[in-house]
Structure formats: structure tokens, C-alpha cells
Design a protein. Structure first.
Length: 131
């Protein structure tokens, strides 16, 4: 049986280290975020995440070159600077993506906001029928 070292209060050091490591890792994992379009450069957009930093007092960096997906229903993409949008985050790096062929990805940078794609515009009151 493995013996774990503890302090006089019974705190297990290894478990405490693992908890802190997990908190650091999970803070860097992103799957989606909400933001505002700051620039449109077809076929991509730039988005300012609206959530403040973990310390709660600073804006996050603008995410540039966000991939825009054409709606499955077809038609033109109708976006404007200032629109509030939802973005997803790819599992791995897409910085080498081009619209042609295969591309190299870096697997050591999972779930970074810089690997985002546009999901959709956040609805306004006027987007609903009857309003």
C-alpha cells in the first residue's frame, strides 16, 4: 500500500498538488464563448470576448481570423460589426488552415480561444416573430 505524506492537519500533499494542477489545466480549456464582432474580413471575423479575464478586471484579447461557417440553410452570411455572437472552439490548432486541402495542426494547444469558429449571432428582440 502506498503511503502518502501529510502535514499535522492531515492534508495530503499529493492530492493538493493534483487539485492545483487540475485547476490550472481546466482554466485553459475553452469550448465556447460569447463576444462582439470588431472587424469583418471575409471569410473571417474578429471577435472581442465579452467575459472579463479570470481576475475579473480586464478585457480578453481580441480573437482574430475566426472561421465563419455558412448556414446549413444556405444564403448569404449577414453580419455586421457590433453584432453579439457565439463561437465554438476547435479541439486543436487551426492556424495553418486554408480553404484548400489538408493542413498541419499543433496538438499541444488544445481548446485555445484562438482556434475559434463562429456558431451564430445572438438574437435581438426584433429577431422574433410578432415583435
Amino acid at each position: 500500500m502506498t503511503k502518502y505524506s501529510s502535514d499535522s492537519n492531515g492534508e495530503n500533499y499529493q492530492i493538493e498538488i493534483l487539485k492545483r494542477l487540475w485547476n490550472g489545466i481546466s482554466a485553459g480549456v475553452n469550448v465556447a464563448f460569447e463576444g462582439e464582432i470588431t472587424a469583418i474580413t471575409p471569410p473571417t471575423i474578429s471577435v472581442q470576448p465579452k467575459a472579463l479575464t479570470a481576475k475579473g478586471n480586464k478585457k480578453q484579447a481580441i480573437v482574430e481570423h475566426v472561421m465563419v461557417l455558412v448556414p446549413a440553410t444556405g444564403g448569404k452570411v449577414k453580419l455586421k460589426v457590433g453584432d453579439r455572437v457565439a463561437c465554438g472552439v476547435f479541439d486543436h490548432d487551426i492556424s495553418h488552415y486554408s480553404s484548400k486541402g489538408f493542413y498541419r495542426q499543433l496538438i499541444k494547444t488544445p481548446h485555445q480561444v484562438s482556434n475559434a469558429f463562429f456558431i451564430g449571432r445572438v438574437a435581438d428582440r426584433g429577431d422574433f416573430d410578432g415583435e
